[in-house]
Design a protein around this ligand. Structure first.
Ligand code: SF4
Ligand code: SF4
Ligand code: SF4
Length: 325
């Protein structure tokens, strides 16, 4: 009997999700023994045209990591969707936009201006910016279109499963591979993690203690037995789905939210903001504003992994006044 076919792909990704798959160590051989890896740009030399030549639906499982930032990534997401029976958004970037989607607080023009004009390391006196098509003597050179807005995978194609984490932990990866191998994948639409919040799984002591100031992790050595949030460190546990094995909490570091919003929560950032302000001692508006001003990077703190999938989605363009120059 022919082995099932697996594909893996990285879009706007740091590569960490692919490394997480390699971190399965010798288990990677188990994966290779139960399935044929038919596409995996980081490890196997198959080209796009090999995938294009496949029949639709011939790939049994596609693990797709990274957000969608340009037209090439969008094209491959659609191609792999057509060729795959089961599509998994693998990692925080594919599930919710992740770190790349923090760029939704700006836009393409501002990014190009910074990267190609302003950055001190540039040597670009002519102010050349990337073009999708450039004519040279030898012909035309093509670059993918850089989108204004970063998307997560299910904003572009239908996705069967979501495996959060930055990157997903090895035990969750093996769980999915086992479920796939034994035909016991959960119902489509499932998130491969817990339905509870991280706080529900955390056994640190909670005393309903109110806070009067916020500490950044390097400003304090927290008590390893007590709730970090109640010690004034922003821990995103109340607004984050459990299932990671409390990786950061066990290292005495706060959760930064890489498992995304828990079941029933649409906007992780708004949920965390509400959880944080409910721990404030302050009642007066002025005092609340002072405490909030101690959050050094609100956008990056509350929407670090979930900007694309949030209610905000992106920064709104400033409306241009009629007649303004
Ligand atoms: S989820 Fe994390 S590890 Fe995976 S590609 Fe995104 S930033 Fe990298
Ligand atoms: S806020 Fe963080 S430290 Fe406190 S209970 Fe929740 S996960 Fe644990
Ligand atoms: S503790 Fe939070 S940030 Fe750390 S791995 Fe778990 S979900 Fe991700």
């Amino acid at each position: 009997m022919a082995k099932p076919k697996i594909a893996l792909y990285w879009a706007a990704s740091c590569g960490g999700c692919d490394v997480a798959v390699l971190d399965t160590n010798e288990k990677i051989l188990d994966i290779a023994s139960i399935a044929d890896i038919v596409f995996w740009p980081i490890a196997v030399d198959f080209k796009y045209h090999h995938v294009e030549a496949m029949e639709d639906g011939v790939i049994d499982l596609c693990l797709f990591n990274g957000a969608l930032r340009n037209s090439e990534q969008e094209k491959i997401a659609k191609l792999l969707r057509a060729k795959s029976k089961v599509m998994v958004a693998f990692g925080a970037c594919a599930c919710f936009g992740g770190i790349p989607a923090l760029a939704n607080f700006t836009n393409r023009d501002e990014i190009f201006e910074r990267a190609y004009i302003e950055a001190p390391s540039n040597d670009n006196a002519s102010g050349t910016l990337p073009q999708t098509l450039t004519k040279v003597n030898e012909g035309e050179l093509e670059l993918p279109e850089f989108f204004d807005t970063v998307s997560n995978l299910d904003q572009v194609v239908v996705v069967e499963y979501f495996m959060p984490g930055c990157p997903p932990p090895v035990d969750l990866i093996l769980k999915v591979v086992d479920a796939f191998a034994t035909g016991q994948l959960p119902p489509a639409g499932s998130v491969i993690a817990s339905d509870k919040t991280l706080c529900d799984e955390c056994d640190r002591t909670k005393e309903e203690k109110k806070i009067t100031r916020i500490y950044r992790p390097h400003e304090i050595i927290p008590d390893p037995k007590k709730c970090l949030l109640e010690q004034g460190i922003i821990c995103c546990g109340p607004a984050t789905r459990g299932g990671c094995g409390l990786r950061c909490i066990k290292a005495n570091m706060p959760c930064r939210g890489c498992f995304g919003p828990p079941l029933g929560v649409i906007d992780q950032g708004a949920k965390m903001l509400s959880a944080l302000t409910s721990t404030y001692e302050a009642k007066e508006e002025e005092e609340i504003a002072r405490l909030l001003s101690e959050v050094v990077d609100p956008a990056g703190t509350f929407y670090r992994f979930s900007m694309a999938k949030s209610l905000l989605r992106r920064k709104r363009p400033v409306p241009v006044e009629v007649g303004a120059k």
